[in-house]
Design a binder for this molecule. Structure first.
Ligand SMILES: Cc1cc2nc3c(=O)[nH]c(=O)nc-3n(C[C@H](O)[C@H](O)[C@H](O)COP(=O)(O)OP(=O)(O)OC[C@H]3O[C@@H](n4cnc5c(N)ncnc54)[C@H](O)[C@@H]3O)c2cc1C
Length: 537
């Protein structure tokens, strides 16, 4: 018997689960299949970033994720003598959420699974291993172990770093595998009790130790090349590893321990016809950067709205080509940053460690501050894809300033108010999906009837942002179909954002990326170019 669905997702890791939630929100038919009988519960990711939390907000599930996080978790990078090399503690809220959060992956993965109960169009099957994929003209046929076949318009292989689909399709996975394994140990009833994370670049044995929610503590150690991975099962070895870290290792309440290997690799393609790679199947990176999980969530967030638009007939298949175009460059940057951090903090090379310590000791206050702000973490910025780059205007009405153009970057998310003055995060005030957002103006005054009709078909929001003081007038006088949002003023406000650049309107994609920015009178023409870039049908 053959089951038919819009999108078949292979793998119930965080990436497959997040994608299923995002597609379920759009009423897309999803079948998610997982070879195991349950979710993976061994220790893996411990850091969730602000972009991922915004994606969870978009999936209307963030309130259930937050109870499993430690917001603003600080990292101390130390050397073998526990001297502090740098502190990483970005406390700003550009995208509405803390930028570094400790979290417990198995608990958040479970929240994502339970979130699927909200969507009648999403089905999940455990104990279902995909053993073959056969692409036909307008669908893909997946064969499960046991012989059952499933037919889907599109398949997303979110099946982890070993991805059988990537291998079957002959897609390269270039990069490197680190010479040493890592050992990870999670314990309950945290015997240390401090809230932060410590990354120890100790040339005798590198380590990380992290306080996690619910009284859990994580240790990670790098094994020496001559040490066999089976040491993970040797209590005496584990207690010896932990002896310099905790008063009584034998009394620890160990929940799970496991060996893992560091890889730094990116797939040569993220798309093959109707099949997509996402998450670890498309890219893997050393864990010290804490970006494997987060990068996979970015994949799901990027691909989710595009797949939904195509399946729901709002865009043509060409939109799906922009997934790889937009994601691959950023992922390559993230892999490179994670690899360089791994080399700096986990290599057991005393000469390199001494040089690292010397450089750290000579850092200027500005360099230390840049590290504290996590300035080394690359932000997504798309040069190509669903983005329209407009030139800096030269009209005398705007000062001549050489400001960066922000199309292709993520729009900020300050606190704002809804039309009634109730405070909330911007995305909640505007509503989700495509948004045409103008400062002060009524956006409908600048849009043709044809484009207004297209925006309605896309279920887009027309957003008029006004200073909070104007709300009583604006809500009385708003045009039909326009969402009025109140701006709170101050350094992080939208007024400050629009003050800083010669722009009066932005077109925002469902993943909060700025598709285009322009003066209001240019809006209709620029919107036409955005529709074209997004292959809107
Ligand atoms: C020690 C450690 C620490 C980490 N720390 C961080 C961190 O702090 N921050 C961070 O962002 N990331 C971190 N990561 C990385 C993060 O855990 C992974 O990037 C993330 O789990 C990948 O998610 P995924 O959904 O792509 O794949 P996975 O979670 O691996 O899920 C893939 C699923 O697909 C299933 N599957 C595979 N093949 C098939 C098939 N043929 N049919 C059906 N099902 C199949 C598998 O059983 C699995 O359940 C860490 C990883 C490790 C090991």
């Amino acid at each position: 018997m053959s089951t038919t669905t819009d999108v078949l997702i292979i793998g119930s890791g965080p990436v497959g689960l997040t994608l299923a939630n995002l597609l379920g929100q759009q009423g897309v038919g999803v079948l998610l299949v997982e070879q195991n009988d349950e979710l993976i519960d061994y220790p893996r990711a411990v850091g969730v970033d602000d972009e991922a939390l915004r994606a969870m907000q978009t999936a209307a599930i963030v309130d259930k994720v937050l109870p499993h996080t430690i917001p603003d978790q600080k990292i101390f990078m130390v050397n073998g003598d526990r001297e502090i090399l740098s502190e990483i503690n970005p406390t700003t809220r550009e995208f509405g959420w803390p930028r570094r959060n400790g979290f417990v992956q198995p608990l958040v993965d479970r929240v994502l699974l339970e979130g699927l109960d909200r969507f009648p169009s999403v089905q999940v099957r455990f104990g279902a291993e995909v053993v073959d994929l056969d692409e036909e003209t307008d669908s893909v046929v997946a064969t499960l172990a046991g012989g059952e076949t499933l037919r889907a318009r599109y398949v997303v292989a979110a099946e982890g770093g070993a991805s059988p689909t990537r291998k079957r399709l002959g897609i390269s996975f270039e990069g490197e595998t680190r010479p040493s394994d890592g050992i990870v140990i999670d314990v309950a009833n945290d015997p240390i009790g401090t809230p932060h994370a410590v990354f120890g670049g100790d040339p005798t044995r590198s380590y990380a130790t992290i306080g996690l929610p619910h009284g859990i503590r994580r240790w990670e150690f790098t094994l020496h090349e001559h040490e066999d991975p089976s040491v993970v099962d040797d209590d005496a070895f584990i207690f010896e590893l932990l002896a310099p870290h905790v008063p009584d290792p034998a009394a620890l309440d160990i929940i799970r321990r496991r060996v893992y290997r560091h890889h730094a690799r990116v797939a040569g393609r993220f798309r093959d016809g109707r099949i997509f790679l996402a998450g670890d199947a498309a890219h893997v990176m050393p864990v010290v950067g804490g970006q494997g999980w987060n990068s996979g969530i970015r994949d799901a967030f990027n691909l989710g709205w595009k797949l939904a638009a195509v399946v729901n007939g709002r865009a043509t298949d060409a939109l799906l080509d922009t997934y790889e175009v937009e994601r691959m460059g950023h992922v390559a940057q993230m892999v490179a940053v994670s690899l360089s951090m791994a080399k700096e903090m986990t290599d057991h090379d005393p000469v390199a460690a001494a040089e690292r310590d010397r450089i750290a000791a000579n850092r200027t206050p500005e360099e230390r501050e840049a590290q504290r702000r996590q300035a080394f973490k690359p932000q997504p910025k798309f040069d190509e894809g669903v983005v329209v780059h407009t030139p800096l205007p030269t009209f005398k009405t705007v000062p001549a300033r050489d400001v960066p153009r922000l199309a292709g970057t993520i729009f900020p998310q300050p606190q704002a108010t809804d039309r009634d003055g109730v405070r909330m995060l911007l995305d909640d005030a505007t509503g989700q999906g495509w948004r045409v957002l103008t400062w002060n103006n009524d956006p409908t005054a600048f849009l043709s009837a044809e484009h207004l009709a297209t925006l309605e078909r896309l279920d887009a929001r027309l957003v008029q942002v006004v200073p909070e003081a104007q709300l009583p007038w604006a809500r009385e006088n708003a045009a039909a179909g326009v969402t009025v949002v109140g701006d709170l003023g101050g350094d992080d406000s939208l007024q400050a954002w629009f003050d800083a650049r010669p722009v009066g309107a932005v077109i925002l994609r469902p993943d909060h990326v700025i598709a285009a920015e322009c003066l209001t009178q240019e809006l209709d023409d620029v919107l036409a170019r955005v529709f074209s870039a997004a292959s809107i049908a």
